[in-house]
Ligand binder design. Structure first.
Ligand code: PMP
Length: 419
């Protein structure tokens, strides 16, 4: 067997190598990991010895003591993981309810804090019913798996999250070009008379480019062709829209989206997923979606999410500060000529293109005390590698200036191509 060229390889190349069994494949992959590590490019799973925040103490590869870095890697956009009110709510929740829920929801694991959160997240999106899952990933994958079978078709924006693709394994899938209405219409026409349930699945805010779905146009086309619309607004919720209800609020389309999915792991500073839809559909999921039905429910610390939802409405300062930071950093990067695409959220991609340069940029940024994620194929197409910056409300001007200065010196060393 001809070996994989490690210089050009990505993690995806090791997913399935036909000639190698599982153990041999793992061994080959280990050689690739060692190769990346030797080049200083294995900047994943970096261990922080302090909590989630705009600065963290990181155990960097090859170093024996932690190094304080400014961090642009967290989806804790509002900085609420360290909010004293939430910490108190979590402690109180444990005092009142203990550490765990003890069972799956149908047979003893459904508590008042679950019901309260289901009611609250439904109301948040001006709807009546919601169901909880243990992660945002499962909310997508389990729901789609439950709803879409071999008679049906998922029509998917090519930039959606991996959890959507996993949820579509039992059904037919047609992808359309990202935010491209002609491509979507073609797929809808193809599916219209050939499949039973047609479901268009998009993100509200896209996780790699930070751009918004063209939700109004998509909703109109989707319903014109008799399809249903599913929106995962993991990155828009808490960040986008006048009161943080996400892309759906930005477009005022609360009654035009059939199924809303999302996560409590980002602006809500916790963990867990949800699906909001009409009551019949939610009840169907409660008794038919295996990952909900047969899996133990979230812990009492769920009450921290309810507190985060209070804070979103009662302390708009966090969202305001976040946007001030986003605009400051965007202007700085644009002023230096970088290509940051069409972001309209707290995710700013600094587009580099070349995979090798992007990995090197990640390393140079770390050397300068800035932790940011290099993103490349398969998360984005091969020519579209970038460093992604996730902005937080709790970043200070000093953090933002540090990252701008670091990018200036990265550019001097690597000559990043500009638009
Ligand atoms: N949807 C999108 C768009 C995401 O980016 C992510 C995770 N980053 C998820 C869903 C999964 O959410 P969770 O991390 O809560 O599983």
């Amino acid at each position: 067997m001809k070996g994989i060229d490690f210089e050009k390889a990505s993690f995806k190349d090791f997913e399935n190598i036909p000639a190698l069994d599982a153990i041999a494949r793992a061994k080959e992959f280990q050689l690739f990991l060692d190769h990346l590590k030797n080049k200083g490019h294995l900047n994943y799973r970096i261990e922080s010895v302090t909590g989630c925040g705009p600065e963290m103490d990181l155990l960097l590869p090859g170093k024996s003591t932690p190094q304080r870095c400014a961090c642009f890697v967290s989806n804790d956009y509002l900085g609420l993981t360290q909010h004293p009110g939430i910490k108190t709510a979590l402690k109180d929740a444990i005092d009142k309810f203990g550490s765990g829920a003890g069972a799956s929801p149908a047979i003893g694991g459904h508590f008042s804090y679950h019901q309260d959160l289901e009611d609250r997240i439904a109301k948040f999106f001006k709807r009546k019913s919601a169901i909880l899952y243990t992660t945002g990933y499962t909310a997508n994958s389990a729901t789609l798996q439950c709803l879409l079978k071999k008679e049906d078709m998922a029509i998917v924006d090519m930039a959606v999250h991996a959890s959507v693709y996993e949820g579509c394994q039992l059904t037919n899938v047609k992808t359309f070009l990202h935010n491209n209405m002609d491509s979507l219409e073609q797929a809808l026409k193809y599916a219209q008379h050939n499949y039973r349930t047609k479901m268009v699945i998009i993100d509200g805010v896209y996780s790699q480019d930070g751009d918004l779905a063209l939700l109004d146009k998509i909703a109109e086309l989707t319903h014109l062709y008799g399809a249903y619309l599913v929106v995962d607004d993991a990155h828009g919720t808490g960040v986008v829209g006048k009161t943080g209800r996400g892309a759906i609020e930005e477009y005022d389309l609360f009654d035009k989206v059939d199924i809303i999915t999302g996560t409590f792991s980002k602006a809500f500073a916790h963990i867990g997923g949800y699906v909001v839809a009409d009551t019949e559909l939610i009840n169907f999921l409660k008794y038919q979606s295996k990952q909900h039905l047969f899996s133990t429910t979230a812990t009492p610390t769920t009450l921290g999410i309810l507190k985060a939802m209070d804070i979103l409405d009662e302390e708009p300062i966090w969202k305001d500060q976040l946007w001030e930071n986003v605009n400051y950093l965007k202007n700085g990067l644009l002023g230096m000529g970088f290509d940051i695409g069409t972001t309209a959220s707290a995710i700013i991609p600094v587009k580099i293109g070349d995979i090798g340069k992007t990995l090197e940029a990640g390393k140079l940024l770390l050397d300068a005390g800035v932790y940011a994620n290099p993103i490349m194929y398969p998360a984005v197409s091969k020519k579209n590698a970038r460093v992604r910056l996730n902005i937080m409300a709790t970043h200070t001007k000093a953090h933002l200036d540090l990252v701008l200065n670091a990018f200036e010196s990265v550019d001097q060393k690597l000559s990043i191509s500009k638009p």
